[in-house]
Ligand binder design. Structure first.
Ligand SMILES: NC(=O)C1=CN([C@@H]2O[C@H](COP(=O)(O)OP(=O)(O)OC[C@H]3O[C@@H](n4cnc5c(N)ncnc54)[C@H](O)[C@@H]3O)[C@@H](O)[C@H]2O)C=CC1
Ligand SMILES: CC(=O)[C@H](N)C(=O)O
Ligand SMILES: [Zn+2]
Ligand SMILES: [Zn+2]
Length: 350
């Protein structure tokens, strides 16, 4: 195996990233070294690439980027007995402490001491990467790497969609970005009907239909609340899933939710949000769920089973596949322009 490898690195506190040659790392105690088979870009990686205020406050360059991954274990560090050489794995991004109040209440997804793999330490946009053994998730060896790498964001989508009953329920999804598209796939695989998607990008509305949306609406051209009422004969939807991070979408979705319905909020908002809480939530007795991370580890079991069931229509979600990292800047710029679904890199060209 080579001693050096290409990696996409945030080399300095500024816009962009660089493709650099770095040493292939060695696994330390409690770590494994993987050959990266596939890795995908997350919206958080885009924030780091763009160097926004959140990234400035959190990221310490130089650092290898990326945290969505599927790989093969090629070396294990001292003390590792849960993972073996030859295992195919993906990685949970939240490194949790197991000691805090939240962890001791089995709420690992909101651990108060979470460190994030690929955000607070070197990540996986490389040919080889180090994964903490406690965060390794074993994959069936016949699971396509481009599906396996999507399990981490699919976990966000599963926790959003399956926060309550969904089979046969009318559902509104606002935002058909990579996560909203995964949400559509999970909702359709879980029997939701009709699935209505509100998304201003025509490219992403077309993707939403390919993934399985029953109706799509452009909220910048027509009122999505009226659209939902027309589709549901004035009742509103039973389930509202917010995947956009747009305050207007949140307000519209709450208006479109039937009294007594349920709401899952995954999108992160750029600023504080002002809402008529009395009339939009309280007098409608809505059940509202804040969603973050993934429930550990039951969400990973659900995601893996859904993929293996063959019922998740993932192929339309993966819009760009790159062999190697040479065209990584093109990938990030296309994603910035909203012209992608999920972008997957296959680091090894041969
Ligand atoms: N809570 C959590 O644990 C996590 C939350 N997120 C958040 O989830 C959200 C979705 O992630 P991505 O798909 O990567 O984001 P994205 O930014 O790629 O997609 C958001 C989509 O919402 C659409 N949109 C914008 N305004 C809209 C409106 N008024 N109505 C309907 N759609 C509208 C955009 O056109 C875009 O396609 C983001 O806010 C992201 O920060 C992402 C990862 C984890
Ligand atoms: C920080 C991330 O982007 C990660 N996907 C998460 O779920 O926390
Ligand atoms: Zn992420
Ligand atoms: Zn904890």
């Amino acid at each position: 195996m080579a001693e050096k490898m290409p990696a996409i690195m945030k080399t300095k506190p500024a816009y962009g990233a660089e493709l650099v040659e770095v040493d292939v790392p060695k696994p330390g105690p409690g770590e494994v070294l993987i050959k990266v088979l596939a890795t995908s870009i997350c919206g958080t990686d885009l924030h780091i690439y763009e160097w926004n205020d959140w990234a400035k406050s959190r990221i310490k360059p130089p650092q290898i980027m990326g945290h969505e991954v599927a790989g093969e274990v090629i070396e294990v560090g001292p003390g590792v007995d849960t993972v073996e050489v030859g295992d195919h794995i993906s990685a949970e991004t939240h490194i949790v402490c197991g000691k805090c109040y939240a962890c001791r209440h089995n709420r690992y997804h909101v651990c108060q001491n979470t460190k994030i793999f690929g955000v607070d330490m070197d990540g996986v946009f490389a040919e080889y990467a180090i994964v903490p053994a406690q965060n390794a998730w074993k994959n069936p060896k016949d699971m396509k790497p481009e599906y396996a790498t999507l399990q981490e964001p699919l976990g966000n989508a599963v926790d959003t969609v399956l926060a309550g009953p969904i089979a046969g329920r009318s559902t509104l999804i606002t935002g058909a970005g990579p996560l909203g598209l995964l949400g559509i796939a999970v909702a359709k695989a879980s029997g939701a009907y009709p699935v209505i998607v509100s998304e201003p990008s025509e490219f992403r509305r077309e993707l939403a239909k390919k993934v399985g949306a029953d109706y799509v609406v452009n909220p910048f051209e027509e009122d999505p609340v009226k659209f939902v009422m027309d589709v549901t004969d004035g009742a509103g939807v039973e389930v509202f899933l917010e995947f956009s991070g747009a305050p207007k979408a949140l307000e519209q979705g709450l208006k479109a939710t039937t009294p007594g319905g349920r709401v899952s909020l995954l999108g992160l908002y750029p600023r504080d949000v002002t809402l008529d809480m009395n009339n939009l939530v309280i007098f409608k007795a809505l059940e509202v769920h804040g969603i973050t991370g993934r429930h550990l580890w039951e969400t990973w079991y659900t995601v893996s089973s859904l993929i293996q069931s063959g019922k998740l229509n993932l192929d339309p979600v993966i819009t760009h596949r790159y062999k190697g990292f040479d065209r990584f800047e093109e990938a990030f710029e296309l994603m910035r322009a909203g012209k992608t679904g999920k972008v997957v890199f296959f680091p090894h060209k041969r």
